[in-house]
Design a binder for this molecule. Structure first.
Ligand SMILES: CC(C)(COP(=O)(O)OP(=O)(O)OC[C@H]1O[C@@H](n2cnc3c(N)ncnc32)[C@H](O)[C@@H]1O)[C@@H](O)C(=O)NCCC(=O)NCCS
Ligand SMILES: Nc1ncnc2c1ncn2[C@@H]1O[C@H](COP(=O)(O)OP(=O)(O)OP(=O)(O)O)[C@@H](O)[C@H]1O
Length: 198
């Protein structure tokens, strides 16, 4: 029986790093951020809805979503973020269910749902197990600033836009610590893989 495993964490805590290790072990990964890119793609109804709400600045000259502008606009404005989430959440979830069904057809031991807003969107209700990737606040801040080229204030605003990582850890079935080097994380993932018979 294919298990549905929800994988989450905080912004830049290492979900993609861990999901890549799970994918390398042969498990299919349904990535909510990637699906969000499709849902908010050029010419998609959700993209048009975002532009109607946020105005023409939300689009680039070619009609595609201006992610940099939108990110700057929503991550330090709770009301704007809530409006964006309300527009995108259901189309993302719908596309994810389609991807889960497709992935499950091959009967892998597990299908991984890599979802930043797993708890916020009620995904644990359909998961057999929830894995949370964690790292210390200061480590995440440094990694986020380096990866996204953000200053400290913008990085902190993004971190504050989700429920606190400690709350997610408390609700986890399995916690993977990604605060140290990648090899330590890989060992933890390999240990976890044995528990789901891969
Ligand atoms: C605001 C946007 C344009 C910024 O794009 P950008 O390319 O800079 O960031 P990216 O999409 O890679 O997201 C980075 C991280 O931000 C966090 N994040 C994204 N959307 C949200 C949200 N609605 N609420 C809280 N955190 C979010 C996630 O941890 C995500 O991994 C983009 O995040 C977006 O369109 N978000 C709405 C869609 C959504 O809810 N995606 C999350 C899927 S669960
Ligand atoms: N153990 C580690 N040691 C050093 N750098 C790491 C480690 N794990 C992840 N990173 C780096 O930290 C950044 C964030 O990691 P990753 O993209 O996996 O996080 P994420 O949780 O998927 O992020 P987001 O929610 O923002 O999409 C990346 O630049 C990644 O290369």
């Amino acid at each position: 029986m294919t298990k549905i495993v929800g994988l989450t964490g905080g912004i830049a805590s290492g979900k993609s790093t861990v999901s890549a290790m799970m994918a390398a072990a042969g498990l299919p990964v349904v990535d909510a951020d990637k699906i969000a890119w499709q849902v908010e793609g050029l010419g998609q109804p959700t993209t048009a809805k975002i532009a109607r709400y946020f105005g023409p600045q939300a689009l680039l000259a070619d009609g595609s979503l201006n992610r940099a502008w939108l990110g700057k606009h929503v991550f330090d404005d709770q009301q704007a973020l809530a409006a964006l989430t309300a527009m995108t959440s259901l189309p993302i979830q719908y596309a994810m269910f389609e991807a889960i069904v497709a992935a499950g057809k091959a009967h892998p031991a597990a299908v991984i749902l890599d979802v930043p807003l797993l708890f916020e969107s009620g995904w644990p209700n359909v998961c057999d197990q929830v894995v949370v990737v964690t790292a210390p606040h200061a480590v995440i801040l440094q990694r986020l600033m380096a990866r996204n080229g953000l200053n400290e204030a913008d990085a902190l605003a993004r971190m504050a836009s989700q429920i606190p990582l400690a709350d997610k850890v408390r609700q986890a079935d399995v916690v993977i610590d990604n605060g140290a080097d990648i090899e330590k994380t890989r060992s933890a993932v390999l240990k976890w893989l044995k528990t789901i018979n891969c």
